[in-house]
Design a binder for this molecule. Sequence first.
Ligand code: MN9
Length: 291
Amino acid sequence: MNGIFSALLGVFNADGDINEDGVRALVRHNIDKCGIDGLYVNGSTGETFLMTMEMRKKVLRTVADEAKGQVSLIAHVGGICLDDVNELSKEAADLGYDAISAVTPFYYKFTPDELRLYYTNIAEKSALPLIAYYIPSLTGVTMSIDNLCSILDTPNVSGLKFTSNDFFALERLRTARPEKLIFSGFDEMLLPMTVLGTNGAIGSTYNIIGHWAKKIYELASAGKLDEARVWQQHVNYVVSEVNNYGLYGTLKAVCTLYGIPAGNCKAPMAPISFRQREAARRIKDYMEKVK
Ligand code: MN9
């Protein structure tokens, strides 16, 4: 399991429930137009922490039904209630996902030992390999290199989604655990993270520019850094626009321009604004010029 994975956007109806047809259309766009290698389902980009358990299961089912056997599938099942996490993990295994992933538990100030216990608890009950998800900018949970290594050493933990700009830690982890999967989580840092030997990347902008990310990953893996840099510049134009105007809403507005009924973000996230629609138009124009 490696390559470029889209962190699948959430697709909701006006009442906030899952728009199954929209989910299917977005999955098709990712596979058929962006050519991604896999989907990371129900992560941050999927607005998972705004969903009920039933909604999370519905997304897992819909994506599996649309994409199984075509691309690799990772189900993010994380949360701070372990009973829910383990229930979702069983669902993912029953549906034929390739792996599960879980964010570091947040809100309470868990100790390093408790963080390890969390992953042990999930991994030992899971029929699927587990990819830990490290994103200190959203969770507020920072871990030392030793803590991260100890989580990677947990039986049935196969890798880490590394959404941090700590390149020193990334290099130390890569060198210490060459056999583990490390996915880069910041789209704007795909090139340097690939140079450091990651196994691929998981990102939100890949829902629209996964084909550019694939070029970066393939060129950088082949040592063609000058060419890869040009594609990273294109990706970073999109990243700056979406980060300036609101990440998920602007990405959904671009999807809408491509005919995907991506709708709005789920409350309490704000409805898509006029400025986001304008940014989406600029992004689409840019994408059409680059091709
Ligand atoms: O998980 C994503 N992070 C969030 C990965 O959604 C918080 C990234 O793909 C970023 O959206 C992307 C843009 O800054 O790097």
